[in-house]
Design a protein around this ligand. Structure first.
Ligand SMILES: *Cc1c(COP(=O)(O)O)cnc(C)c1O
Length: 242
């Protein structure tokens, strides 16, 4: 039978439907509703036809983690129906390619990066929404600010005129059990609430981005309100070579 789809993933719509149900269940279990949680599609390696199919199926936010993919695909996204965010590690010298395109940078992990975002966004008179990436497992292989440095870092960011901090994100370590994983998620949720209670000038704590394909239900149960899903939506990725 010939497929009417522009790409060869017949289950994408079914995947999204199942995810919506899981998100609704987890949100309700944590005293919230489906609408309180944003499902962001992590679109690395996917072409724009596939991405736009996901958008047609109800995805409202997409996130790229590589600058080259963002710039190559940017024209093709259905931007009338989805917001484009940047979710990967961002090199300082590449901020200029992202500043005009992303509606949010989820992965601010150094003052040097924030300074460059400030500089590039000042040029185009844009206020960039950002999340601060927390290295919740203190892993040397991962980027992000350590928990104990988060408040100091946020205070440093509060003075930037073209940056609006609206929350935190994390990628926890690979855990052998659910309990350990949820301990990381709970720790970040507590920090999120603590910082919110401090009402730091120009720092909002509205968004907590944690949870990926393997653990988004747990993340929502622990307070996440943005989950970033790749394989759960699109299926297994071809391996990236870099
Ligand atoms: C790829 C990616 C995800 C999604 O990963 P999956 O396990 O495929 O859901 C989430 N966040 C970031 C930063 C990513 O690069």
């Amino acid at each position: 039978m010939e497929s009417q789809h522009s790409s060869n993933n017949p289950t994408l719509e079914e995947n999204i439907k199942a995810i919506f149900k899981n998100v609704r269940d987890a949100a309700e279990k944590s005293g919230r509703s489906f609408e309180d949680v944003t499902i962001l599609a992590a679109t690395k390696t996917q072409d724009t036809a596939t991405i736009n199919r996901a958008i047609a199926a109800g995805i409202t936010h997409i996130g790229e983690n590589r600058v080259q993919e963002l710039t190559e695909k940017y024209e093709g996204y259905d931007k009338a129906h989805a917001k484009v965010e940047f979710i990967g590690h961002l090199q300082v010298n590449k901020v200029k390619y992202v500043a005009d395109k992303a509606e949010r940078i989820q992965s601010v992990d150094s003052l040097r990066l924030a300074e460059e975002i400030e500089k590039q966004c000042a040029k185009i008179s844009k206020k960039m929404n950002v999340l601060v990436e927390i290295n919740i497992g203190r892993e040397t292989a991962k980027n992000g600010i350590f928990l104990e440095d988060a408040e100091r870092f946020l205070k440093d960011l509060s003075s930037f005129e073209h940056i609006s901090v609206d929350g935190l994100m994390c990628i926890p370590p690979i855990c052998e059990n659910r309990e350990t994983l949820m301990r990381y998620f709970n720790t970040l949720y507590k920090e999120f609430l603590d910082i919110r209670a401090k009402k730091i000038d120009n720092i909002n704590m509205d968004i907590l981005s944690m949870g990926m394909s393997g653990d988004y239900c747990e993340a929502i149960l622990c307070g996440a309100n943005v989950v970033r899903l790749g394989t759960a939506i699109f299926g297994a990725r071809k391996k990236l070579e870099d």
